[in-house]
Design a protein around this ligand. Structure first.
Ligand SMILES: *[C@@H]1O[C@H](CO)[C@@H](O)[C@H](O)[C@H]1NC(C)=O
Length: 998
């Protein structure tokens, strides 16, 4: 226990970086007021006329104190006859303009609320001496409105060590002996975004199955009742959110449990409905309670009445209306168009005026979600009343399709974003676990904020679990976007997030794990990974990727094993589970790919690899069970989602494995007991296969030079007996190991040899060396007789050796294997006319760590920067020096990998320009302009690959030193890799590893 307390004290010194001014300390310090200890707990005074939701949050706070010190606080009603009988610490919580207690403090000059008065959701917290008779001093939480007070209360809870996720992710509070409040005043201004929340998109099966085991069924559907929703409302408030789109697929929020809307309102949650459910009525109500069909053209009177009833029902509560109309059940309507939608919205606004009996409908928050085809109507010129918030949507894959243009930022209804952490649809569902890139979130969310989409931010979170990290990040950015303005803040945010859940000692290590996880998982959604995704023969790609996952699991397991047992369940839910789950998926696909190739190669190890995959399949199930069974089955069914065996967009009905192959281990291969393959090659020798001429005994390794990697050869058993081998070559070629014995089964069926070159002794220029593999073991039976390679010659490898060298004066990337591969953050220069790296409108290049698929990204900031031009010297450019050896390359292909992105300003489509040496720049627009909907043809490939690629062709002229000039011409385009192909680039998913920099 003592260790934990020390830990937590350390943690508090870093509080303020993310949005939270420190208020709580666990040690007596000058002026600090004791709030609670093992024998004392605060009285929380709430006046009788306070909001019920504030009183409820105060009750939470009383229990939060107990979670930390073991003694619960007490909520006491304040009225004029209040007199304290004990010396226990006092907390006063109340809302300006609502609480008579707070009014009294303001009137008597005990507190000054000028800084927060009238500010949406603002609050202030301070220690006040003799606030009321009989109380020496008290902590006063004064909210400018109901949620302001509630957030103030939860601010103290969180700083005390009670995580917003204490229930939804089982985060145990750090026990403390004493809790003090500092003698300081905290002024918390309004959040960055007005309405912040998530969409519980209960696509089957996980959340619904879980609900079914915990809550009694509703009248028409699963038990999405007020007991369930209370846990969600509390989570939202503790995360400083205020807005919810409820579950829609199997339930009807207002109908299944009539207590739902009143409960939301009491808590302080603004209810909405999804983009496809106008006028506060659920999708299922459209089919269940409508007279006639959900069709404007043919059933207008009944549709109107149905909508009017929605407004009547929602009128008593704080609501944000979804406007417009789509087809039944989240699809486009075949009959609606932009002009009928204009009519519908006018009718809807008329209904609001009528039901609320007001003339100015602007007083009622309304939004129109420009999702899928609705965006197309807008692009067709649909006129949207300016008091309706335009809720711009992403493309379901975290790329905002559109953001406010400069002539749209003045609209009184403002703009917002609808964003996805989870999705069901093309090109593939992703609704199993978290596959979100946090740095992608950073770029899109900061852009949305900078482009003035600040009225609504809503995130589709699927089943809620296990999206804790993206939910936390999204809502933090919505609450205080400027605190996360720098891409370097993502790591800091993660580190502080981890510290709040688990203590500061593991904050940095776990933040690194989570940031790496977010990159690895977002490289390609699990649902789209298959055995062909990563190359198993080129660049060690699949092996390297799988190794990254192995390292990730090892790092997370190590921390998990050292944690206090009270923290392990939440660490499993928030960190370890997803690392293990991702590793298993990758191990299945990479090992299935090896198994398939090895089968073709006749390797004895084929069958063991099939068993590895089967073992992974069992591990996948065991991991699901572990999630379901921990904490006495609290989260049973939350991991019911199938995730293996996708072959089209929709989920597979049952988890299944890719095809696995087996070889006949009782017999020796026709080509003998010893097989040889090598780097970059599917083929084997000796014997016949489709990859080389019949009876050839020679394979060729990729070329070797002083700037490239070592190469590998694999020797493997294809028989029933042990086989010895010996390797020989020229003196400047080193092969390790150079001899050994392959076994027919067990651990030594396959041996990888590393080939390297002693460059001081290698001949100058380009030469070809030969590696000979010999054995003295009779290697097989061929028809009737034993033969040592009777029909086949002993295997040989041919090694092209290029002794290249760059002048010592050169600094930059060096060609190897006719390839130059560049991680964009390693630029040779960042050039601008004024010499400070800034261009037109102060545009500058910024490295975004852990962005993209391999290392990082580089983008143009600020997001509000004007367009840049390759031909104007005032635009900054990135310069990459490179050195080539291949002569006469007139058509070098330069592929630029950019982060996925849509053209959020159609008048300024994303563009970049490139040139090599003094050639004229070539300008590329990677993503064609569309009409907002449908999406461009290249979109499927872009989102599946998590990258946008474009290739330009360049004449390099003479070999030697060159420069590649790159201009990013619009903010929002983020470059993540550059590959120059001089004829040697091999097939891979991530592209060649970065070239050597000298
Ligand atoms: C605090 O209150 C809660 C709710 O009433 C109760 O379950 C818990 O046992 C109490 N804790 C202590 C330490 O008394």
């Amino acid at each position: 226990m003592a260790a934990l307390i020390v830990l937590f004290a350390v943690l508090c010194s870093c509080w303020q970086v993310y949005a939270q001014q420190p208020l709580i300390t666990f040690n007596q310090s000058a002026g600090a007021l004791l709030l609670a200890d093992g024998s004392t707990a605060p009285t929380i005074l709430v006046s009788n006329d306070e909001w019920a939701g504030v009183r409820r949050a105060a009750e939470d706070f009383a229990q939060d104190v107990g979670r930390v010190t073991g003694v619960n606080g007490t909520v006491t009603s304040f009225n004029s006859s209040f007199a304290t009988s004990s010396s226990s610490p006092v907390v006063i919580a109340g809302t300006v303009g609502k609480s008579s207690l707070i009014s009294q403090l303001v009137q008597q000059g005990k507190i000054n609320v000028d800084a927060t008065r009238g500010q949406w959701e603002a609050y202030q917290i301070q220690v006040v001496t003799s606030p009321i008779k009989g109380v020496q001093s008290a902590v006063v939480i004064a909210g400018a409105d109901k949620r302001g007070t509630i957030y103030g209360i939860y601010d103290l809870s969180e700083q005390m060590g009670v995580s917003p996720w204490y229930w939804w992710a089982d985060v145990a509070a750090m026990p403390q002996h004493s809790v003090y409040i500092m003698n300081t005043t905290k002024i918390q201004p309004s959040p960055s975004v007005r309405y912040r929340g998530f969409f519980l998109n209960d696509e089957q099966p996980a959340l619904t199955n879980w609900i079914n085991t915990r809550y009694a069924p509703g009248k028409y559907g699963p038990g999405f009742n007020h007991l369930f929703y209370s846990t969600v409302f509390e989570l939202l408030l503790r995360l400083r959110a205020n807005y919810l789109w409820p579950a829609q697929w199997g339930s009807m929020f207002d109908v299944d449990d009539p207590l739902n809307p009143a409960t939301a309102d009491e808590y302080g949650i603004v209810m909405g409905t999804s983009h496809t459910e106008p006028m506060m009525r659920a999708t299922n109500e459209q089919s269940k309670f409508m007279n006639g069909t959900w069709a404007w053209a043919t059933n207008r009177a009944n549709v109107t009445e149905f909508m009017r009833q929605g407004a009547e029902r929602a009128k008593p509560y704080e609501s944000l209306y979804t406007m417009g109309m789509r087809g039944l059940g989240d699809v486009a309507s075949p009959t609606l168009n932009s002009s009928s939608l204009e009519t519908i919205v006018n009718v809807q606004q008329g209904l609001l005026r009528e039901v609320y009996n007001i003339s100015n409908v602007s007083a009622i928050p309304q939004m129109w979600c420009l999702y899928k085809e609705v965006g197309g109507y807008f692009a067709d010129g649909m006129d949207v009343p300016e008091d309706i918030t335009l809720l711009w949507s992403d493309d379901n894959w975290a790329n905002m399709q559109r953001l406010p243009l400069s002539n749209e930022t003045g609209r009184s209804g403002g703009a917002g974003i609808y964003y996805h952490a989870d999705y069901v649809g093309d090109p593939r569902d992703y609704k199993w676990i978290d596959t979100n890139s946090l740095q992608k979130y950073w770029s899109e969310l900061q852009q949305a904020y900078d482009r003035q989409a600040r009225t609504i931010w809503i995130l589709n979170v699927g089943d809620l679990k296990p999206m804790e990290v993206p939910i936390g990040y999204f809502l933090s950015a919505a609450y205080d976007a400027p605190s996360l303005a720098s891409p370097n803040s993502t790591y800091t945010w993660l580190s502080q997030w981890v510290a709040r859940q688990f203590g500061s000692e593991i904050a940095d290590t776990t933040a690194t794990i989570l940031l790496n996880y977010s990159m690895y998982a977002a490289r390609r959604k699990y649902e789209l990974v298959d055995p062909t995704t990563y190359s198993i023969i080129n660049y060690n790609e699949a092996g390297n990727v799988l190794q990254q996952w192995t390292d990730l699991v090892n790092a997370a397991s190590k921390i998990y094993n050292q944690l206090d047992t009270s923290l392990q369940p939440s660490y499993f839910e928030l960190v370890l589970h997803k690392c293990m789950a991702g590793y298993i998926v990758y191990s299945i696909h990479v090992n299935a790919a090896r198994n398939n190739l090895y089968e073709e190669q006749g390797r004895s190890s084929t069958n063991a690899l099939a068993q590895t995959v089967l073992n992974n399949f069992a591990q996948d199930h065991a991991l699901t069970q572990r999630y379901h069974q921990q904490l006495n089955g609290k989260w049973n069914h939350m991991m019911d989602q199938t995730h293996l065996g996708y072959y089209y967009w929709q989920q597979p009905m049952r988890n299944s494995l890719p095809p696995l192959g087996y070889v006949q281990q009782q017999e020796i291969a026709a080509s003998g007991q010893l097989g040889v393959t090598c780097d970059g090659n599917n083929g084997t020798v000796p014997g016949d296969d489709v990859y080389h001429t019949l009876s050839s005994n020679v394979l060729t390794l990729p070329p070797m030079d002083p700037y490239g990697p070592s190469r590998w050869i694999e020797l493997f058993s294809r028989g029933t007996d042990a086989v010895n081998f010996k390797v020989s070559s020229e003196p400047h070629i080193t092969v390790t190991p150079s001899s050994g014995v392959l076994q027919a089964n067990g651990n030594s069926t396959d041996i990888r040899l590393t080939v390297s070159v002693d460059w001081t002794h290698a001949p100058n220029g380009s030469t070809i060396s030969t590696i000979n593999i010999t054995t003295t073991t009779p290697t097989g039976k061929y028809l009737n007789g034993t033969y040592p390679y009777g029909n086949f010659n002993m295997p040989q490898l041919s090694v092209p050796v290029n002794k290249t060298s760059v002048p010592t004066s050169f600094h930059g990337f060096v060609e190897s294997d006719r390839t130059i591969s560049i991680e964009p953050e390693h630029f040779s220069a960042n050039v601008s006319a004024n010499g400070n790296g800034n261009g037109t409108g102060s545009a500058y290049y910024q490295v975004i760590p852990s962005y993209g698929r391999t290392l990082s990204g580089v983008g143009l900031l600020p997001f509000t920067a004007p367009s840049q031009h390759a031909t104007t010297s005032t635009s900054p450019k990135l310069v990459y020096n490179f050195y080539t050896f291949t002569p006469n390359v007139t058509n070098a292909n330069l592929t630029l990998y950019a982060g996925t992105a849509m053209n959020t300003d159609p008048s300024r489509p994303l563009k970049y320009a490139v040139s090599i040496d003094d050639a004229a720049p070539k300008t590329i627009q990677p993503n064609p302009l569309t009409h907002l909907w449908p999406l461009p043809d290249m979109w499927d490939g872009m989102v599946a690959n998590a990258a946008m690629t474009n290739t330009t062709t360049h004449d390099l002229g003479k070999p030697g030193a060159h420069t590649l000039n790159l201009w990013l011409l619009e903010p929002g385009l983020i470059v993540q890799k550059l590959v120059l192909d001089l004829g040697g680039v091999r097939e891979s998913y991530l592209g060649p590893p970065e070239s050597r920099i000298v």
